[in-house]
Structures are given as structure tokens and as C-alpha cells.
Write a protein that binds this ligand. Structure first.
Ligand code: AMP
Length: 283
């Protein structure tokens, strides 16, 4: 496995590989890796000749400086994990390397409604920063396929639109399943900040999604949403949203009986100091 910190040497190596006919699968991450990230690397390895995993805590997608400061940085451990996953190349640039002219957002993409609800409503500027860095990374790596987790469902929908808006439709976007701990908690780099006491509560977020899916034909959307928000509160979360949305447009759905269309239940909640998100495709 090779590690590059600068764009030029990475591109030199990738050009060489490409000229030898190798296909490139790309996994962008912010590090503090866990099995969820490694599952993306495994998918990339299964579908492409070479896997490139980027590790970059992107400052422009954090709307709160304290969240950026607290974000775990564990490059050495990440390297070891990626080695075990037989990853080929790590790209771990500095902020200076990525943003030599400063971090101001240069391209304003029109994502329409996709950036409005849920994470967009509660984390202003987050998706603009995410799209900026993903676009930059794609220009640098020029992969054949891009591997992203369903864990961040709204992010995948926005990146799908980004590929269209930037004429990068030659890049195949692969959405990978959510990897969970044994009790159902979706793996996340933020989970290591959950206190031991709260860790026993944390899996209830997944159980609430399962119950909503199970009961979707028995109750109205409003009742289910109210029930989910109230039960999360009672269990010790501070719920932020619980929404049933169209799988493509992310617009709120009105009818859970419509099985012909994809519907995703999405949830965000604070548990102590940690903001958790999860989702489930329910039809
Ligand atoms: P992050 O480092 O949190 O920006 O995540 C990098 C990539 O890993 C994103 O595409 C995430 O959706 C994906 N990811 C994070 N957690 C999981 C998980 N539990 N299962 C699958 N993919 C995940």
C-alpha cells in the first residue's frame, strides 16, 4: 500500500496505473476508519483493479468549529486498517494542499431541493462544503467508480446530482449498505465519543427505524413520525428530525402505502454531545 500526501505524486502514480489499463475505485473518507469504511474499500477492490482511499477532514463541511476540532484524527491506525483491507493507495492531503487559495466555496452548484431538508436544514453549508471537496477529489483522482455509504443517504443523492451537473457521468456511483454494530447502531467515526452510559441507548435509533418500517401500513405518516420523535425523546435522545422521504427527490412522501416508489425513513438525533444519523429504505 502506498500513501501520498501531495496531488502531483498521486496523479503520477494513477496515470501510470491507468496507462497499464487498471481501473480505479475511489473511497473518500474523513478518516477515523471503522468497518463501515472498510466495506467500501472491499467493494472498490471487488469492482475495480485499484482502490484509492482518501483521508481528509474537510474543514468546509463542518458548520460548527467545535465539531471540526473534536473530529477524531487517527492516521496511523487508519493506515493499519487499510492495510488489512488490502487497500492499494491512500491519499492523505493537508488542508493547504487541497485549498492553496483558501477554503472559500468557488462553485455554487444548483442542487435544488436535495440540499433543503433534513441535514441541509439543520447543518447550513454542510453539503456545499461536501460537494466542493468531493468535486475536487474526483478531479484529482479521476476514478472509474466512486463508493459511498447509504449511511449518508442524502449525501449520496447530492453526489449523484453533482456527477450530472459536472458532466462526470462516466464515473459509476456505487451506494454501499450500512454496516452496523451487533446491536444495530450504524458504525460512525463519531460513535467513539458516545459515553458508556449512552452507548446502551444508542441502538434504539435503529430499533425505532425497524418499528417504523414494520408499522408503516398500520398508521398515518404523522402518527408514526410523532411516535418516533416522542419515543426517541423518552429514551434519552434529543431528536432533530424523523422523516419519510422519496428515495430520489428526498421530498416528504404523503402515503406509505405506495410501494411502487422507493421510500426512505431518515432520522437524526443528539445523544449527549454526539449527533447521530441513520436511515432505512422502507419500500
Ligand atoms: P466519513 O468518513 O464519515 O465521511 O464517511 C466516508 C464514507 O464512509 C461515506 O461514504 C459514508 O457514507 C461511509 N460510511 C460511514 N459509515 C458507514 C457505515 N456504517 N456503513 C457503510 N458506510 C459508511
Amino acid at each position: 500500500m502506498e500513501i501520498f500526501h501531495d496531488i502531483k505524486s498521486l496523479q503520477k502514480q494513477l496515470n501510470l496505473l491507468r496507462s497499464n489499463g487498471k481501473t480505479i475505485g475511489f473511497v473518500p473518507t474523513m478518516g477515523a476508519l471503522h468497518n463501515g469504511h472498510l466495506s467500501l474499500v472491499h467493494k472498490a477492490k471487488a469492482q475495480c483493479d485499484i482502490s484509492v482511499c482518501s483521508i481528509f477532514v474537510n474543514p468546509t463541511q463542518f458548520n460548527e468549529k467545535s465539531d471540526l476540532d473534536k473530529y477524531p484524527r487517527t492516521l496511523e491506525a487508519d493506515q493499519k486498517l487499510l492495510q488489512t483491507a488490502a487497500n492499494d493507495i491512500i491519499f492523505a492531503p493537508s488542508a493547504n494542499e487541497m485549498y492553496p487559495d483558501g477554503t472559500a466555496i468557488k462553485h455554487q452548484f444548483d442542487f435544488g431541493y436535495l440540499v433543503k431538508p433534513m441535514e441541509g436544514a439543520t447543518r447550513p453549508g454542510h453539503f456545499e462544503g461536501m460537494a466542493q471537496v468531493v468535486n475536487l477529489l474526483l478531479d484529482i483522482v479521476q476514478p472509474d467508480a466512486l463508493f459511498m455509504g447509504q449511511k449518508d443517504y442524502q449525501q449520496v443523492a447530492i453526489v449523484r446530482r453533482l456527477l450530472k451537473l459536472t458532466n462526470k457521468t462516466n464515473i459509476k456511483l456505487v451506494m454501499c449498505d450500512i454496516i452496523r454494530d451487533e446491536d444495530g447502531l450504524a458504525m460512525s467515526s463519531r460513535n467513539r465519543r458516545i459515553t458508556a452510559e449512552n452507548r446502551t441507548i444508542a441502538s434504539q435509533i435503529h430499533k425505532t427505524l425497524i418499528a417504523a418500517k414494520h408499522n408503516r401500513l398500520e398508521y398515518t405518516i404523522d402518527i408514526l413520525k410523532q411516535w418516533a420523535m416522542e419515543s426517541l425523546s423518552m429514551m434519552g435522545f434529543k431528536p432533530i428530525y424523523f422523516e419519510f422521504v422519496d428515495a430520489e427527490t428526498l421530498k416528504p412522501v404523503k402515503d406509505l402505502h405506495n410501494d411502487g416508489k422507493g421510500i426512505v425513513a431518515c432520522v437524526a438525533a443528539w445523544l449527549g454531545e454526539v449527533r447521530l444519523i441513520d436511515n432505512m429504505i422502507i419500500s
